[in-house]
Design a binder for this molecule. Structure first.
Ligand SMILES: [Zn+2]
Length: 344
């Protein structure tokens, strides 16, 4: 089941109208997989579960829906064809697994809709409103740094050998496969530098990708993206790409979000999305998250109204946030379907 007029480029605009102007993105997928015991110490990270425990991915998506998420980000973040091939999969098998990540999120959405359609005694077709909400599936595309699995998506430093062309060729086939998978959106996440944003934007145009995209950067100082490139410059570049329907920030401490929203707003009229992490920082050598400015769910939520007032239209959580965080966000956003879910 799809929403709205069916015109793909309008999917986010129509979704935002249906949800009252503010949408809720899910929380950390990897974090919640780990809390169910998944071992993600692997170059594929959260995508390793596509091979080992796909049912767990579906379960986590459902947990986020129950918590109030209206956008599910798929498990394809660190799933690249190149990464899957180095695990011994053929190109065809790798591409099938990418598609599977979208199918899993769609299955979770269908299960969720069915459950609440039964509760409200309506048919699944009527389930969108009022008891079941619109849910978009966003196909995650992680950066080249995420594929390297050396933490370079938090430095944005790819060295002098990586050019615009290298990045385009690295991402091209995966983007085509994900665009053809039935996802509502493409979610370019944790973009660490301007070069990679440019590569994605050029790819979308050159290949005339029909699925609208969001571009989301990460920052560690509240002014620039992690590489040191200016947030405003990155957002201006992305603003020019017609295939991009929202621009924002993810996997960045909550305390930096305010200033970054202002920087983005200066250069675009596109909807702004924010899904910060819990404020901890990733130590790439130890391969673990280290508490620095960690905030509790209550603290996280205390920022939410401010972000809404500043003009963020989509809000959720990234690494180290949980269904608890998303539930707290949906309470503060006062979504009308929550009562039904809590009764169930
Ligand atoms: Zn993250």
């Amino acid at each position: 089941m799809k929403f709205g007029s069916g015109e793909r480029s309008k999917v986010l605009e129509e979704f935002l109208q249906q949800v009252g102007g503010f949408g809720i993105i899910d929380g950390g997928l990897a974090t919640q997989l780990e809390s169910h015991g998944a071992n993600l110490n692997d170059p594929l990270w959260s995508a390793t579960c596509l091979i080992t425990t796909p049912h767990l991915i579906r379960q986590v998506h459902e947990e986020y829906l129950e918590a109030g998420a209206e956008v599910l980000i798929t498990a394809s973040y660190q799933a690249t064809i190149q990464g899957l091939e180095s695990k011994g999969l053929s190109t065809i098998e790798g591409e099938a697994l990418l598609r599977r990540s979208i199918e899993i999120a769609c299955e979770a959405r269908d299960n969720f809709w069915k459950k609440y359609a039964e509760i409200s005694d309506g048919s699944v077709e009527d389930a969108q409103i009022p008891n079941c909400r619109p849910v978009l599936v966003a196909a995650s595309v992680g950066s080249y740094g995420a594929y390297l699995a050396d933490g370079s998506e938090y430095s944005g430093d790819y060295g002098p050998d990586i050019t615009l062309q290298t990045l385009k060729e690295f991402h091209r086939r995966r983007v085509q496969v994900l665009a053809d998978s039935g996802a509502d959106l493409l979610a370019f996440e944790t973009i660490p530098n301007k070069l990679e944003a440019q590569a994605y934007a050029e790819l979308l145009e050159e290949d005339d990708i029909q699925v609208p995209a969001w571009f989301s950067f990460n920052s560690k100082d509240g002014v620039n993206v992690v590489s040191g490139d200016s947030m405003t410059e990155c957002a201006s570049l992305v603003d020019l790409c017609k295939k991009v329907v929202a621009i924002g920030i993810n996997c960045t401490p909550p305390c930096f979000i305010h200033g970054l929203i202002i920087s983005i707003q200066k250069v675009t009229k596109k909807p702004i999305l924010v899904y910060p992490n819990s404020g901890e920082t990733y130590d790439a050598v130890r391969k673990e998250w280290v508490a620095s400015t960690e905030v509790s769910d209550a603290d996280f939520v205390s920022y939410v109204r401010k972000w809404q007032e500043l003009g963020a239209s989509l809000i959720g959580g990234c690494c180290r946030t949980t269904p608890g965080t998303i539930k707290a966000i949906s309470r503060i956003m006062n979504k009308r379907y929550l009562a039904t879910i809590e009764e169930a």
